[in-house]
Design a protein around this ligand. Structure first.
Ligand code: SAM
Length: 243
C-alpha cells in the first residue's frame, strides 16, 4: 500500500494553497508545454492517473471528451475534485496506482501529471496503462525529473566561493527517497532517465517527445525564484504513442 501523503491533513492543507491548486493550469508553469502535446480530446475516452483536484479532468470535459476517469489514492483530493460543479462526463475513483487493474482497450488517451514519482513499480503501471489503451492512442505525462528525485536528502551544498549545488551522489541508485516537502517524511521513488525511457519502449510505446522543462525568459522575469529550474530541472514531460 502506497504512503498516501495527500491524506495527511498538514500536508493537504499546505498543498491546497499552492498556486497550481488554487488557479489550476494557470498556476502550473509547465502547462503550456504539456498542453501543446495533447491530441484532439473530443469524443475520446480519457483516463487521468493521479487526478488530484481534477483540473485536467475538467479541462478534458471542456474539450468535449466522451468520458473522463480520474483516479487518485487520496480521499481528500477526490473529495475536493467532486466539489467542483458536477458533470456526468467525469467519473472519479479512489484507487492505488501501484495495485490498479484497468479494463483492457478501454481508453483512447491517458494522462498523468506529477504522480508517477510516488509509484513504486513504474514498469507495472506503464504496462497496465498500455494494455488499457486502444491502438493509435497517445499517453502524455509529467513526472519529477530524475535529477530532482536523485538526492537522498534533497540537500543543497555550498562550496568555498558560496556557490550552491544539489547533492547528487546517488543518481544511479534507484528506489525509495524520503524528502521533506511541505511536511517531513514524504516518500517518493527515484528512477534514472534510462529506466523511465527503457520501461516505456520495452512495453511497446513509441517515444514521441521528451522535454526537461525550463522557464522562458518572460517566466523568469515574472518569477525570479524559478532560476533554480535552469540548473536543476524539476519537471520531465513525456509523450508516447501506442501503435
Ligand atoms: C502532485 S499531485 C498532482 C495532482 C494532479 N495530477 C495535478 O497535477 O494537479 C499527485 C497526486 O498523485 C496522487 N497519488 C500519489 N500516489 C498515488 C498512488 N499510489 N495511487 C494513486 N494516486 C496517487 C496524490 O494523491 C495526488 O493527488
Amino acid at each position: 500500500m502506497a504512503q498516501n501523503i495527500y491524506d495527511n491533513l498538514g500536508f493537504y492543507e499546505k498543498y491546497s494553497q499552492l498556486d497550481r491548486q488554487v488557479r489550476g493550469h494557470a498556476g502550473a508553469p509547465e502547462w503550456s508545454s504539456v498542453s501543446a502535446l495533447l491530441p484532439d480530446l473530443k469524443d475520446k475516452r480519457i483516463i487521468d492517473l493521479g487526478c488530484g483536484f481534477g483540473w485536467f479532468c475538467r479541462y478534458a470535459m471542456e474539450q468535449r471528451a466522451k468520458s473522463v476517469t480520474g483516479i487518485d489514492i487520496s480521499k481528500n483530493m477526490i473529495s475536493k475534485a467532486k466539489s467542483f460543479p458536477k458533470n456526468s462526463t467525469i467519473t472519479y475513483k479512489i484507487a492505488d496506482l501501484d495495485e490498479i487493474i484497468l479494463p483492457k482497450g478501454s481508453f483512447d488517451f491517458a494522462y498523468s501529471s506529477l504522480t508517477f514519482h510516488y509509484i513504486k513499480d513504474f514498469s507495472r503501471l506503464m504496462k497496465t496503462i498500455y494494455d488499457s489503451l486502444t491502438s493509435k492512442s497517445h499517453f502524455v505525462f509529467t513526472i519529477e525529473h530524475p535529477i530532482y528525485t536523485a538526492p537522498q536528502n534533497q540537500k543543497l551544498v555550498e562550496d568555498s566561493d558560496g556557490n550552491q549545488t544539489w547533492l547528487l551522489d546517488s543518481y544511479q541508485i534507484e528506489g525509495e527517497r524520503t524528502s521533506n516537502w511541505l511536511v517531513k517524511g514524504v516518500i517518493k521513488y527515484h528512477r534514472t532517465m534510462t529506466t523511465i525511457i527503457d520501461s516505456l519502449i520495452k512495453i511497446g510505446f513509441t517515444l514521441k517527445y521528451i522535454e526537461e522543462w525550463k522557464p522562458s525568459e518572460k517566466q523568469l522575469k515574472d518569477h525570479p525564484t524559478w532560476k533554480e529550474e535552469i540548473t536543476r530541472p524539476c519537471f520531465l514531460i513525456i509523450s508516447v504513442y501506442k501503435d
